[in-house]
Write a protein that binds this ligand. Structure first.
Ligand SMILES: [Ca+2]
Length: 142
């Protein structure tokens, strides 16, 4: 589990308060750190359950992750957002960045996508549309 950015977000909010800036002046990725885009994607390991969060309120709308597929075969991506009203979405992208699946979180059902993969890096673009939400995501071999 990676749970370091709370401190970064808190520092960002504090800095914003010092400057007299309200939340409405925060850009969507003001406190997003390097994982706001594909170049800064953070690695997740297959079979690790990752807990993290996105926040449209605190300028951390997007998290990019990547995982490495070791061999040809099926891959499963399972995820859940704690706050249904956040409009959480996971986009699975090919090594080229091309979109494969766009998966809006559906509360009350199992949110899973299984697909055929080839060796290489795949990306997850995880974001919210409103409010904020913790989420879990796991990549596994089904
Ligand atoms: Ca982020």
């Amino acid at each position: 589990m990676k749970w370091v950015k709370g401190t970064i977000a808190a520092a960002g909010v504090f800095a914003a308060l010092l400057l007299g800036a309200g939340c409405e002046t925060l850009g969507p990725e003001t406190n997003s750190s390097t994982d706001k885009d594909r170049l800064g994607a953070i690695e997740i390991k297959i079979n690790d359950l990752v807990l993290d969060y996105v926040s449209c309120l605190d300028g951390d709308k997007t998290d990019w992750k990547y995982f490495t597929v070791p061999g040809e075969g099926k891959i499963a991506v399972t995820f859940a957002f704690d706050e249904p009203a956040a409009g959480g979405t996971v986009v699975i992208r090919k090594p080229t960045g091309e979109e494969m699946y766009r998966l809006p979180f559906k509360p009350g059902s199992r949110n899973i996508q299984i697909f055929d993969a080839i060796p290489g890096h795949y990306y997850l673009e995880i974001f919210c549309e409103a409010y904020k939400s913790e989420y879990t995501v796991e990549v596994s071999i089904p």
